[in-house]
Write a protein that binds this ligand. Structure first.
Ligand code: NAP
Length: 635
């Protein structure tokens, strides 16, 4: 939702502290505000301040741009009246911020009362009050049939225990899980999110022992809380989202995707053959033959290494096998390594494999199944990550089929590129949170995933790229510091701005960039060798490199240089693909597909060369069957 003049918001607890700051900030955007609070003097004062802010946007409205309503949020009739007054004044409700809250007046261990004026009251205000206001706001937004955003004020003590005030902590923990459980309202256009700041210097925050606040990194500046609230309002993907704000670590979403994956458990067998994946009712007529790209000569020059050939479609399909009709194929930097024979091992000479099928990954529709395949149906959209993706059809063992909801380009991007980032950061990088992560070639196929996954895990991310468009993409993906090496010298920026180095480096360029990364690694740092694209297409192809002093450097700083090759992690593909699909479908992960279109198998060599030209932004994809993708688009 764009924060723009003319919207209306209701803020409980708006007379002081965070509620007051948010009311003023909303007024500063020309938004009409109802301040709901217990304290009349302070509430009226805030309303007049909000009116002053609003006066910059509106004149002669005929109604006040801010009103104060005295209300006890533990009294359901008071609440109903406040919401009714708001709707009667402003004709609807776009934003509701439930801020009213108290600290437990009597410490739990000293409380000898029946709790009515202490712990029960805290729960009444902090939890029941928020539930009641949220319920009202949802009801109004539903009846207005207009999008709305509700923000509930949690606290970091709703995320982890606060020993000094267990009742407060319990009430806020309730707010957090109550709000997170409301995520499905997004389907009705209503987004409910929770904000969890650590100590803010309000009346309540100032009562906390300053030594403890200091230990936690100091008070969270109010503008950071406002920034967080505005992010939850504006970002349409946020629903049931919990934003944790600390002065130590900034803004980060809780839980991290890694933690989320622990409870969003789906057994691999249930996802692999998920009933949610609906076979499409398409007219799939099998041809007698099909076209594919094969490597006929071993060279890193992909165009000269490959040719398009006609291959017979041998029926019936082998037992346990599946025929996939390919719609999109993914282009990878390593296509040129494969065409030069680099990925064959064993005793046989590499040339004895010729000719062999090119392409690593594709999505399409199951066109036929062999005997003994009982759990895959014709028409099911599926992905594959086996050789032979640059083809109209591919026959694979059913165990290689990864069913997906739709055969879209974004799914192709999640395969080699997305899985490499997801698995490498977790396994080779052992990524946690609160770390400094450096990503090279970050606006490319795999880099775009690495930066986002590192951000989602709560890290500071610095990323390199060559060009303004790529720099803009990385900024849009939330990278904290983008280094466009065409405009800035990477080494100088790193020395000046990141002298302590990086805990994790996701490196895929090689050569001088690898050396630079090695020097930018912090003590205990882990440098993940993803690839060395700068060396794949040299005059004589890819030559082994020597890095002088490598052992001495990593020994001196207890560092790790970890190789990563996706092929060795096949057992994790389905699990990580499910995670990526979940992040993407819940709007937490964005996927950038390069806008240049490559249609049909004749365009594959162009696409591979385009990727290596350094001009591509995001994932490069070939549409193998444009007619089919048009049919799909209509579904
Ligand atoms: P990509 O990142 O989409 O490749 C394009 C980007 O690479 C370009 O935008 C450019 O970025 C950079 N680049 C291209 N040619 C270059 C050159 N000659 N010198 C320096 N930079 C160049 O490609 P990708 O398929 O996702 O692969 C990226 C890297 O990850 C490759 O090294 C690849 O081998 C590796 N990879 C490894 C695995 C694995 O399992 N280990 C799996 C997938 C990919 P900027 O100029 O903007 O920096």
């Amino acid at each position: 939702m764009e924060l723009k003049p003319g919207l209306s918001a209701l803020v409980t607890g708006g007379a002081s502290g965070i509620g007051k700051a948010l009311s003023l900030a909303l007024g500063g955007k020309g938004i009409f505000v109802t301040i709901v609070d217990f304290s009349e003097d302070k509430g009226k004062e805030v309303a007049s301040l909000v009116e002053k802010e609003n006066a910059k946007f509106h004149s002669n409205l005929g109604f006040p741009s801010a009103i104060f309503i005295r209300c006890d949020v533990t009294n359901t009739r008071d609440i109903a009246a406040a919401f009714e007054k708001h709707v009667a004044t402003y004709g609807g409700l776009d934003i509701c911020i439930n801020c009213a809250g108290i600290g437990n007046p009597i410490p739990f261990h000293k409380d000898q009362t029946d709790g009515t004026h202490s712990w029960r009251l805290t729960i009444e205000v902090n939890l029941n009050g928020i539930i009641d206001c949220t319920r009202r706001a949802i009801g109004i937004m539903q009846s207005m049939k207009k999008p709305g955003v509700i923000i509930n004020m949690g606290s970091s003590s709703g995320l982890y225990p606060m020993y000094a005030d267990p009742i407060y902590s319990g009430s806020k923990g309730g707010v957090v899980l109550f709000t997170r459980s409301l995520a499905p309202y997004k389907r009705q256009g209503i987004r409910v999110n929770v904000l969890c700041p650590e100590f803010v210097q309000t009346d309540m925050g100032s009562r906390v022992d300053p030594k403890f606040v200091g230990l936690m990194g100091g008070f969270v500046p109010m503008q950071m809380v406002v920034k967080g609230a505005f992010e939850l309002i504006s970002d349409e993907s946020k629903s049931g989202s919990c934003l944790w704000i600390t002065n130590r670590r900034g803004l980060e979403y809780w839980p991290s995707p890694t933690e989320e994956a622990k409870y969003m458990v789906r057994s691999s067998s249930s996802t692999k053959r998920s009933s949610v994946i609906i076979p499409l009712n398409l007219n799939l007529q099998l041809p007698h033959s099909f076209e594919k790209i094969v490597v006929h000569t071993l060279t890193h020059d992909f165009r000269n290494a490959t040719r398009k050939v006609q291959a017979p479609l041998r029926l019936p399909i082998k037992p346990n096998h599946v025929l996939l009709k390919i719609i999109y194929a993914g282009v990878n930097a390593s296509d040129v390594n494969f065409s030069s024979g680099r990925y064959f091992s064993g005793n046989k000479s590499v040339s004895s494999h010729l000719p062999f099928d090119a392409g690593f990954e594709a999505v399409g529709i199951i066109a036929a199944v062999g005997d003994a395949v009982i759990d895959l149906k014709v028409g099911t959209p599926a992905a594959i990550m086996v050789f032979g993706g640059y083809a109209e059809y591919v026959m694979v063992h059913s165990k290689h089929i990864l069913p997906v909801a739709r055969p879209d380009p974004e799914v192709v991007a999640m395969l080699t590129s997305g899985l490499t980032a997801s698995i490498a950061l977790e396994k080779a990088g052992q990524m946690g949170s609160g770390q400094r992560v450096f990503v090279t070639a970050a606006a490319g196929g795999t880099g775009q995933f690495a930066v986002q996954l590192a951000k989602l895990a709560g890290n500071t991310v610095v990323a390199t790229c060559g060009g303004d468009k790529k720099a803009q993409l990385l900024k849009d993906l939330g990278v904290d510091r983008v280094i466009n090496y065409k405009a800035e010298d990477i080494k100088s920026v790193l020395m000046q701005e990141f002298p302590r180095g990086f805990d994790i480096i996701y490196e895929s360029v090689g050569g001088d960039m690898f050396n630079l990364c090695l020097n930018a690694l912090a003590v205990y740092g882990r440098l993940i060798v993803i690839g060395m694209i700068s060396q794949y297409q040299g005059e004589k192809g890819w030559q082994p490199s020597n890095y002088a002093g490598l052992c001495e450097k990593i020994l001196a700083k207890s560092q790790t240089v970890a190789g990563f090759f996706l092929i060795h992690y096949g057992h994790l593909w389905q699990e990580h693909l499910d995670r990526l699909i979940n992040l993407y479908s819940t709007g937490k992960l964005k996927i950038s597909i390069d806008p240049k279109t490559f249609l049909g198998l004749d365009s594959v060599a162009d696409a591979v060369e385009y990727l290596h030209s350094g001009r591509s932004v995001g994932k490069v994809v070939v549409c193998v069957d444009p007619t089919f993708s048009q049919q799909m688009a209509k579904l």
